[in-house]
Every structure is written in C-alpha cells, then in structure tokens.
Design a protein around this ligand. Structure first.
Ligand SMILES: NC(=O)c1ccc[n+]([C@@H]2O[C@H](COP(=O)([O-])OP(=O)(O)OC[C@H]3O[C@@H](n4cnc5c(N)ncnc54)[C@H](O)[C@@H]3O)[C@@H](O)[C@H]2O)c1
Length: 265
C-alpha cells in the first residue's frame, strides 16, 4: 500500500467513520485511512466480512472497530454513529461508500427495485451524512466524502435507478456543502470502473443479454478508458484522502471524477 510515513502522520489522532467498509472501495478507503494514522469506525451490513477488515487493520497495527448496520435505516445509522462516538471519541472524518447496483432495462424496472436502490444509495447516504454532520457541527467540525459515480453525470439504459440515486447523491453533497460551511467541508468522488465485486456483477448481467462472456464485456469497457486500465479501490481512496486532508481546505460541494479520463464534466 502507498502512503508510508508521510501518510501515517496525516490523520494521526483523528477518528473516521466509513460505511460499506467490508468490501471494495469502502475497504480500500479504510485501509488507506488506517495507514495514514486514523482510528476507524467501520460500518457495513455484512458483519462477518466487516470483522475480517477490522482484523486486517488491527493485524497491520491500526485501530478499527466494527459497527454493522443497514444504512437504509436512519435509526440504525444514527445508533451506529452514536456507538462509534462512545467507543472512539469525536469523529472528524466521514466517508459513505455503502451502495448497491442492479442491471435492469429501464422499461422493466419495478417499483420495489426502485425503492430498494434509492433506499440504500440515496436515503442511506443522506442520513449517514446527516448523522455525522450533526455531530461535527455540534463539536469539532470535520470533513465528509460521499462515493457517488460517473453514473451521476451520465445516464445508463440498464441502470436508471442507480444513476438517479448517484445524481441525487451529488445534489445532496451540494446542498450539505451550503448547509455546513465553513465548519464542515463535504465533497463527492465519482469513480469510473473499479476492480470490486460490483463490476463483475454489472457485466454478468450485461453479458448474458449481449451473448458474450462477462470478461469480454469488461474488456470492451476498459478499452474505452484513456488511462488504459481498470482502476483499483486505492485509486479512489487516494482522492478521498485528499478531500479529507488540509490540502482541500477551500474545496466543498464538488464532485470529482476519478475515472481514468472516461468523462470530462
Ligand atoms: N465498482 C465500481 O465500478 C463503482 C463505480 C462507481 C461507483 N461505485 C460506488 O462505490 C461504492 C462502493 O462500491 P464497491 O464497488 O466497493 O462495491 P462492493 O459491492 O464491493 O461494496 C459495497 C459494500 O456496501 C455494503 N452495503 C450494501 N448495502 C448496504 C447497506 N444497506 N448498509 C450497509 N452496507 C451496505 C456491501 O455489503 C459491500 O460491502 C458504491 O456506492 C458504488 O455505487 C462503484
């Protein structure tokens, strides 16, 4: 992992709350913040996978505690944030990465699927940010980052509920930036195609419809990335770290594409 001694000093003595930390980008963010010296309060709905990440961080000499909860329940998220504060002390860093994707043609999307998607990706993100922001505004301030997606800025014929949820997350970030400045800064990071469990899931569904293999579907998309490769969770985590650091002091309400050059707006 990159970071080293310079990174270790960056968040020494700070406490960070990260959702969706059991896998993929959330796990990558947790590992990076741990290597930068932060103590981690980690959330996910998958308690056993979350315990594995907590163990990984502790084995590496870091400090992490698990607070499993379903982010689509505001009461459960508020309880998890409260327990994290009781266990670690004030939280001054927060990252929302919990999310789902489903590949369904727009004309086949059901109300139940829409409600589930928006319940986790939008409602879950907002009420996590609200719980963290209430605490930070009442206390020591802080910095928040929401993981959105380039899908926030470009529709998808087979993921209308996903792209709508992510566009709305960017809107939430803009509104909260206005509500929380200057004590708390909040920004969004919009990844492109990341090497996590979510990507094969997308391409298994697309490949089945297109009559190709999932790997062929992924390869065709990766061939369109100017940087010439799929991105890693740590590619995302390094931009998250930047937004959480003093370097981004004057930046709030932004949605940064971290996508290897796929889109430019
Ligand atoms: N993988 C990509 O290519 C990609 C691209 C752009 C944006 N994103 C976004 O990044 C975020 C993380 O995705 P990922 O690729 O790491 O996926 P992932 O599936 O590897 O990880 C997502 C995590 O969120 C957790 N989660 C799901 N529902 C939850 C809930 N209700 N409460 C708490 N935790 C829950 C899962 O258990 C899982 O650990 C998501 O918001 C996703 O939309 C991913």
């Amino acid at each position: 992992m990159r970071g080293g001694d310079m990174g270790r000093r960056l968040f020494e003595g700070r406490n960070a709350f990260v959702t969706g930390a059991a896998n993929g980008i959330g796990r990558g963010v947790a590992l990076r913040l741990a290597s930068a010296g932060a103590a981690l309060a980690l959330n996910d709905i998958d308690a056993s996978a979350l315990d594995a990440v907590v163990g990984e961080i502790r084995d590496g000499g870091g400090h992490a505690v698990a607070f499993p909860a379903d982010v689509s329940s505001p009461a459960a998220v508020r309880a998890a944030v409260g327990e994290a504060i009781d266990a670690l002390g004030p939280l001054t860093l927060g990252v929302t990465s919990a999310g789902i994707v489903e590949i369904v043609p727009a004309l086949e999307l059901t109300e139940q699927a829409w409600d589930r998607m928006l319940g986790i990706n939008l409602k879950g993100t907002f009420f996590t940010l609200q719980a963290l922001a209430r605490h930070m505004m009442a206390g020591h301030g802080g910095r928040l980052v929401a993981i959105a997606s380039i899908g926030a800025k470009r529709g998808r014929a087979d993921a209308v509920d996903y792209t709508a949820s992510k566009a709305a997350v960017v809107s939430v970030v803009q509104s909260l930036a206005m509500a929380l400045a200057p004590k708390v800064q909040i920004n969004a990071v919009c990844p492109g195609i990341v090497d996590t469990a979510m990507t094969p899931k997308i391409h298994e569904a697309r490949a089945a419809r297109a009559g190709i293999t999932p790997q062929e579907s992924i390869d065709a998309l990766v061939a369109t990335i100017p940087m010439g490769r799929i991105q890693t969770p740590d590619d995302v985590a390094r931009s998250v770290q930047h937004f959480l650091s003093e370097e981004a002091d004057y930046v709030t309400g932004q949605a940064l594409n971290v996508d290897g050059g796929l889109i430019f707006h």
